[in-house]
Ligand binder design. Structure first.
Ligand SMILES: [Fe+2]
Ligand SMILES: [Fe+2]
Length: 357
């Protein structure tokens, strides 16, 4: 019995994804542990009982060197190292209620942030080999998920990995700069730092989850390094000069993330992503532990529901933070109110300042 199907993806050149996906599918049909020649995308399938593997596959590693991914290093005293920031958890109702949303740009800085995200999205679609039939209604780019043709699992994983490797940067930049600001100016931060750092931690957990399902090739690794170099430095300067625009930018980026995960969930639900719908498909252990996913609720769809809810929380939090006075206002998501319950971070377009401060 095949108890895990891993997809081992290398970042394809533009337009190659469909062709490579077809080659990958053919390879999957042929056996339990397979290697594809040096194409941009390689797929392999492992049998854990035989090789004692985690679901990730290793098409470039010699068989005798195969091992589980992110293995715990044995030490004399440490048994396990749980996440430092335990996940707060969501109910199934909360996760299912998440929908793509769009906050209309109102100021010049909103427009700049929105256009940068649209520009990045255009190139993301191009580089992941999205063809015309896979694209959706351009007039509603963040909320419409209907398209004539689904993406393949390989295309989805490429998008997820690249998106998550980028999404973990802004929270760290914002948290770091506010931390240094607090030290330098000898004043309180009022609850922003922890939320921002936790956001970047959460994004990294998304990345690690997908990394157990695919291994980026050299092209994608270079793209990630290049993007991080440019992205970190740009955000660093932007956050020093005008932090509001960075929070708005992240709000729009997270709108795209919610859109991406919503469409992939819908494609699973409509039976278009066959590999992820197989009853014996296993999601990574790291995800089960981090989100404390209950028994019987550990499908790929369940995993994407958790991740989409995280993205929706980042969307609501950053749109709200982008509306606040960056120097004076406390973080309302960790504040105790005189007259109301705690805020719901899953609110699509965030909260206006007058409503929460
Ligand atoms: Fe994420
Ligand atoms: Fe996010």
């Amino acid at each position: 019995m095949i108890s895990a199907t891993g997809i081992h993806a290398k970042f394809p050149a533009p337009g190659q994804a469909a062709q490579l996906g077809a080659r990958a599918t053919a390879l999957l049909r042929t056996g339990s542990y397979l290697q594809c020649p040096s194409a941009g995308l390689r797929v392999a399938c492992a049998i854990p009982q035989q090789h004692h593997l985690a679901p990730r596959c290793f098409s470039t590693t010699r068989e005798r060197r195969l091992r589980g991914f992110f293995p715990a290093k044995p030490t004399p005293h440490i048994e396990t190292t749980p996440p430092s920031w335990p996940h707060p958890g969501y109910t199934m109702e909360e996760m299912k209620a998440v929908v793509p949303a769009h906050r209309r740009p109102e100021t010049w800085s909103d427009w700049v942030a929105w256009k940068i995200v649209r520009f990045a999205r255009y190139w993301m679609d191009k580089v992941t080999g999205m063809d015309r039939a896979q694209k959706f209604d351009k007039s509603q780019p963040t909320t419409s998920t209907a398209a004539a043709k689904p993406l393949t699992e390989e295309q989805w994983l490429v998008r997820f990995v690249f998106l998550e490797s980028i999404a973990g940067v802004p929270g760290m930049v914002g948290g770091m700069l506010r931390h240094l600001d607090s030290l330098r100016q000898l004043k309180r931060d009022n609850g922003w730092i922890e939320t921002l750092l936790e956001e970047s931690y959460n994004e990294r957990m998304h990345l690690l989850t997908f990394m157990t399902m695919c291994e980026p090739g050299w092209f994608m690794k270079i793209m990630i390094i290049g993007a991080q170099g440019i992205f970190f430095n740009t955000l660093f300067i932007a956050y020093l000069i005008y932090p509001k625009i960075v929070h708005r930018f992240v709000g729009y980026l997270e709108e795209e993330a919610v859109h991406t995960y919503t469409r992939s969930i819908e494609e699973i639900e409509s039976g278009q992503l066959k590999k992820w719908s197989e009853p014996n498909f296993q999601i990574p252990d790291i995800a089960i532990q981090y989100w404390k996913m209950p028994e019987g609720r550990r499908t790929m769809r369940d995993l994407l529901l958790y991740i989409r809810a995280d993205e929706a929380a980042h969307r609501g939090v950053n749109h709200t933070l982008g509306n606040l006075d960056q120097k004076e206002d406390p973080n309302p998501f960790v504040s105790k109110f005189k007259d109301r319950e705690p805020l719901n971070p899953l609110k699509g377009t965030g909260y206006e300042r007058k409503d929460v401060i």
